[in-house]
Design a protein around this ligand. Sequence first.
Ligand code: ADP
Ligand code: MG
Length: 265
Amino acid sequence: MSGNHIQVQNVNKVFQSADRNVIALQDINLSIPQGQFVCLLGPSGCGKSTLLNAIAGFSLPTSGSITTDSKVVTAPGPDRGMVFQEYALFPWMTVEKNIAFGLEIKGVAANEIATRVDALLHKLGLYDFRQRFPKDLSGGMRQRVAIARVLALDSPILLMDEPFGALDALTRRNLQDELLRIWSELGKTVIFVTHSIEEALYLADRIVVMTYRPGTVKRDMLVTLPRLRDPASADFNTLKRELGLLVMEEQQRHHDQEMIAAAVD
Ligand code: ADP
Ligand code: MG
């Protein structure tokens, strides 16, 4: 086995509060080879972020184990970079400072930082915006900066939690295309959370559909459609319908559980 392989084994996650326990993840097993683009798909509340945060090391499983490159995840680490939906940029730093920040913290030499930041500014179409502050950028541009900032650290694994969820359709498609280009160029493993079936089908080598509470793997599907994919094609739409039924069942389960909870209260 070469490169950085992610193993999720028998992972459970229970959130305990005074009046109830929420089983957010139940018996999750996934083996993700280096370079695979995986989408975690499912309606809100099915544990996608919980699983991603566990892989990131922000919040550890209640039981089971997660390893990257055969090492148990116990905390965030330099092999994993995270991009959130809400651009977690420093508002008081320019675009280039935001991208450079992680490298400065690591003590990378100034000339090396300048070279890497320049390359990323070009790669993500940010060069003309390098002196701007986040407040003076569109949502799409901010998310480019967030991606550049994670790429600067060159971790083999990119974790993305609905990174394009707040963007309009056109900007979103542009960023999806950029991400695919970067992914095929750099060979990184990507675990990308989305509740959009179309987004998952457009991006992923593999789609892991999750169930609503407890979060389990409902379907683990390889997507072999050739890239760049055409969302108008017949094959794309056949898969879209198939996934649509799976996700709809979980939305229905969510709805039913809420009705039951409301009736008991
Ligand atoms: P998703 O990202 O798929 O929308 P989450 O992973 O955020 O789902 O949440 C899964 C379930 O775990 C939900 O029922 C949510 O309410 C619950 N949950 C998530 N985080 C916490 C927490 N910190 N404390 C208690 N419950 C939580
Ligand atoms: Mg989430």
